[in-house]
Design a protein around this ligand. Structure first.
Ligand code: PHE
Length: 368
């Protein structure tokens, strides 16, 4: 018998390499190596061959068998990989979330500034205090060292609200002209020492690009046995740096007058004013940002606190003004026009809350 195992090997390996899938390959394996397979059948003929041929062909058939097994295994793992890849491709699941629709609502810059300012003072240990928008004249004026007919009352263009129980003008109510009445309301609660900020709405009869009849202030009040003007300056300097998110900012204090503080001062911050721009934090110009001073003894007395034992400082600043400065919003009146396009432009994404650790305004609004 003349069997060329080299040719057989070439044929078989070629066939094996062409097997299209595992099933076809398995059929091939049976056809070659199975009980009735080609090689098995050839092996069976060995017994009838003369000794020399038997040895020679036996050896060649074994080599052929090994080669064929190798080829079968190689093709098997190639086909398995191919089938796995095909299955992975056909069973792919998109585990990524669909993109959420953009949030429609926006935080108003005032709300954002409110959160920022409260976050900063909160970090310093201040609590938030509140008072009513509709005040009596005692809290808005008298207790703040502004008795009836005091000329300082003319400093503020007050909206009065008639008192239904009295025709006496002194009994009429006001919508608070500043947040300072919250100083008195906090003192009246009689818990010392005091360290509060009171943000809220305030009202004056005024209307132009930087004034609206309703606006926002934040009041600060610290009262303790040894609170000094140095504490006031340090506190406000730290605040203004944190607020504008800068490491340094030039500040100066100018002597000023408020009936409820003595001495009184106004704080200015360094800025650069050009024709079209106002840059905060550097430059040769100054911008007034807040009023402050040491609480007047008469005010402490009106709040039921002994001025011989306690002293403290107070400050008040306009939140709207701060928002305009920080976020470059030129006209205050636009704040209250309820224009959603304006809000979309200047507003803030609601879930990114201002915090001292997470960042005050990193999410952005106008700064975005
Ligand atoms: N209430 C003052 C104002 O509205 C600001 C102020 C508050 C000044 C506290 C000094 C101390 O202008």
């Amino acid at each position: 018998m003349d069997i060329n195992t080299e040719n057989l090997k070439a044929e078989m390996v070629a066939e094996i390499n062409q097997a299209a899938d595992i099933k076809a390959l398995e059929e091939l394996r049976v056809a070659i190596l199975g009980k009735k397979g080609k090689i098995t059948e050839m092996m069976k003929t060995l017994g009838s061959l003369p000794q020399e041929e038997k040895i020679a062909l036996g050896k060649n058939l074994n080599i052929l068998k090994t080669e064929v097994e190798k080829a079968l295994n190689a093709q098997k793992s190639a086909l398995e990989t191919k089938e796995l890849n095909a299955r992975l491709a056909s069973e792919t699941i998109d585990v990524t979330l669909p993109v959420r629709p953009e949030q429609q609502g926006r935080l108003h810059p005032i709300s954002q500034i409110y959160e920022e300012v409260v976050a900063i003072f909160g970090q310093m240990g201040f609590e938030v205090a509140e008072g009513p928008d509709i005040e009596d004249q005692f809290h808005n004026f008298n207790a703040l060292n502004m008795p009836a007919n005091h000329p300082a009352r003319q400093m503020q263009d007050t909206f009065y609200i008639p008192n239904p129980d009295s025709t006496d003008f002194d009994d009429s109510f006001v919508v608070r002209t500043h947040t300072s009445p919250v100083q008195i309301r906090t003192m009246e609660k009689n818990k010392l020492p005091i360290r509060v900020v009171a943000p809220g709405r305030t009202y004056r009869s005024d209307y132009d690009a930087t004034h609206t009849p309703m606006f926002h202030q934040i009041e600060g009040l610290v009262i303790d046995t040894d609170t000094t003007m140095a504490h006031l300056k340090g506190c406000l300097y730290d605040f203004i740096k944190a607020f504008f998110e800068v490491d340094e900012i030039p500040v100066r204090y100018r002597p000023s007058f408020f009936p409820f503080t003595e001495p009184s001062a106004e704080m200015d911050i360094g800025c650069l004013k050009t024709k079209n721009e106002l840059k905060v934090g550097a430059g040769t110009d100054w911008l007034e940002v807040l009023g402050c001073g040491m609480v007047h003894p008469n005010v402490l007395r009106a709040g039921g606190i002994d001025p011989d034992k306690y002293q403290g400082f107070a400050f008040g600043l306009g939140l709207d003004r701060l928002a305009m400065l920080k976020y470059g919003i030129p006209d205050l009146r636009t704040f209250f026009e309820s224009d959603v396009r304006w809000l979309k432009h200047y507003g803030f994404v609601p879930l990114d809350m201002a915090s001292m650790t997470g960042g005050l305004s990193n999410n952005g609004g106008a700064a975005r």
